[in-house]
Ligand binder design. Structure first.
Ligand code: PEP
Ligand code: MG
Length: 538
């Protein structure tokens, strides 16, 4: 059986299919003879749940940083909530019911109570109280929690995976991600790219494929369930060839990004969070060319604090040990929605209230982020860039705000370094006035994903238009040329951080245009290095 979807990262995976089901237990009510013993069972299970959560917190801090891990701390606190604990123990004591039933009922009651509240933040807690109750029930029932129960690595199938779910997965046992929903920019897609494993979205699988053998073809965007012998042999051969290619690429580690005629170029990595730094370093990135800071906001249930952001930026700067780290300020809106921002529904979100427009309007959010970045700048080499710029006035306003932030830090005696300031070129307006913008900043980084969308008037999220969403369009190539030319006239270096930067069929063209830097997914670095070393810049 062949199911078609869309690939968000190439590669081949062969293995057992495992359908990820969120655990919702069927709990039956039963009478217990010894209520005190039942309360003791609940107390032990609650302690075990807290230990599990403490473990998950530690794991998450390493993988996604403190902001992303905070949810597990909140869950531990909820398990200590007196009202919650008393509700369960009273129910067991007065009604002589089993602990599972008391926990499930309390979980439902508290969850409905939260769901009915006016405050957005409190409403969000409804899902959390269900989550902690399910965890305690799993422990009481002696059931496994999570999706991966056996030892064997699997192809993981799900509707979609939330960051709080992926963080709990033992990633060494995932061969590939396949989701029904999700988009090219979904958390799962970015995770797959970073883990260097194939991933598909839009695959409408049946639940009964669980446990069957499957093949993920990340080149064609297909999932083959129960392949016949010939297909299987065919794919085993393709996979072996792919592994050989990867092995050969490893030999490029430590080598320079230099063309046949001696021109050097910077090759950096795109990351979404602290956890991705390891992949960037393992693949020999010369720096971080795009840190999509909005993932800190997307993974959080509320505005990440200055401290949480500072911790994340500082960790990245320190781990990169003096290599350049370009942090892009918050780019939410359009395809990246965050509930707690309370944004109104828009007719045209891609052309709406997003990115720098929000930051220049809600300056308290912007200033918190800039303070965190400047504080972290002291611990490495940080540059800052701003998304969705359309005018010189925006850049001037940004510079005023930066000056305010720096003055405040100086006044408080908090150390910081001066950072290189750059902008993303991802609107046709920015391209056309790049001569003027170049006078204001130190560098440009071309976001070809959005630049293609706005230039060709094609929604980058619309699967129907995928075939004509053409980043190789002559319009885009001319724009790139113009931006490099205008940038260089004002001593402004120019990079590409959109997906096109990793397109090796254009590497030589970029070099000949005079592009100074390419920033790509960590797993693409060595492939692009190979292309650079086979190119001529003149
Ligand atoms: C881009 O638009 O090319 C880009 C790099 O930014 P994002 O994909 O995060 O919008
Ligand atoms: Mg963009």
């Amino acid at each position: 059986m062949l199911l078609e979807g869309k690939s968000v990262f190439g590669g081949i995976a062969i293995g057992r299919l495992s359908v990820y089901n969120k655990k919702e237990h069927q709990v039956k009510r039963s009478k217990v003879a010894d209520a005190a013993a039942e309360i003791a069972r609940f107390t032990t299970a609650r302690e075990t749940a807290k230990e599990q959560l403490a473990g998950l917190y530690e794991k998450a801090v390493k993988e996604v940083g403190e902001a992303g891990a905070m949810i597990f701390e909140v869950h531990q606190m909820m398990l200590d909530d007196l009202d919650y604990v008393e509700s369960v123990t009273n129910m067991i004591g007065t009604q002589q019911v089993n602990a599972e039933f008391a926990v499930a009922t309390t979980g439902d009651n508290f969850s409905s109570m939260f769901a009915a509240m006016d405050d957005d933040y409190m409403r969000e807690r409804a899902a959390d109280v269900k989550d902690i109750s399910n965890r305690v029930i799993s422990i009481l029932l002696g059931a496994e929690s999570g999706a991966l129960s056996g030892e064997e690595p699997v192809i993981l199938l799900a509707d979609d995976l939330a960051p709080s779910e992926t963080v709990q997965l033992d990633k060494s046992r995932v061969l590939s991600f396949v989701t029904r929903l999700g988009s090219t920019n979904s958390h799962t897609a970015i995770l797959a790219r970073t883990m260097n494993i194939p991933a598909l979205i839009g695959i409408d699988f049946a639940e009964d494929v669980d446990g069957k053998l499957g093949i993920v073809d990340g080149y064609t965007g297909t999932l083959i369930v129960e392949p016949d012998e010939t297909t299987l042999a065919d794919y085993r051969e393709k996979k072996a060839a792919e592994e050989e290619k990867k092995r050969l690429l490893q030999e490029l580690k430590g080598k320079e990004n230099i063309t046949l005629d001696g021109k050097k170029i910077n090759l950096y990595a795109n990351i979404g969070g602290v956890a991705d730094v390891a992949g960037a370093l393992a693949n020999d990135a010369g720096g971080i060319g795009l840190f999509r800071s909005e993932f800190l906001y997307l993974e959080s249930n509320d505005y990440p604090t200055e401290e949480a952001q500072f911790a994340a930026y500082k960790t990245v700067a320190e781990n990169m040990a003096g290599k350049k780290v370009i942090i892009r300020t918050l780019d939410i809106g359009a395809d990246k929605q965050v509930d707690y921002f309370g944004m109104e529904k828009e007719e045209n979100p891609a052309m709406g209230y997003r990115a720098i427009r929000i930051c220049l309007d809600r300056t308290e959010i912007f200033k918190t982020q800039l303070r965190a970045i400047y504080r972290a700048s002291y611990y490495g080499t940080i540059s800052i860039m701003f998304p969705m710029i359309i005018s010189v006035a925006e850049v001037k306003r940004i510079k005023e705000i930066i000056a305010e932030v720096k003055a405040e830090l100086s006044k408080q005696g908090i150390p910081y370094k001066d950072c290189e300031i750059g902008i993303m070129i991802e609107t046709p307006a920015a391209v056309m006035i790049s001569d003027l913008l170049a006078k204001e900043v130190d560098f440009f980084s071309v976001g070809t994903n959005d630049l293609t969308q706005y230039t060709l008037a094609i929604d980058r999220q619309n699967p129907k238009l995928d075939a004509i969403y053409d980043s190789h369009h002559e319009a885009i190539l001319r724009m790139l040329r113009l931006v490099v030319e205008n940038g260089h006239k004002e001593n402004c270096w120019v990079g590409i951080c959109g997906e096109l930067g990793a397109d090796t069929s254009l590497t030589e063209t970029f070099l000949q245009m005079g592009v100074d830097e390419l920033s790509v997914a960590p797993s693409m670095i060595l492939k692009v290095r190979e292309a650079i070393r086979n190119s001529r810049a003149e």
